[in-house]
Design a protein. Sequence first.
Length: 119
Amino acid sequence: VQLQACGGGLVQPGGSLRLACAASGSIFSFNAMGWYRQAPGNQRELVAAVTSLGRTAYADSVKDRFTISADNAKNTVLLEMSSLRPEDAAVYYCNGRRVGPYGAVHDNWGQGTLVTVSS
């Protein structure tokens, strides 16, 4: 299953942006899907994730500002971002994770989409 991310762009501080990750197949093929981000000079970090059971998790830095959701009918995972800050600027990556019966992890990555937060 291939992942295609889109929705990045330039937004002013305090603004909002919505990222979308479209899967070429069923997102139920993944145990969890998430959004990661990587700013220059930083490691890639988890921003938000949603499991196949609908449970969500967020990085502390984005709690109450970002919302992740899955549209199973459209095989799409959305990341609604609000109250954006300059430190949210990064390349955002969509991820689909499968965990095998013995705990082996397999990650599918989409291409990154750039989010710039600047006035």
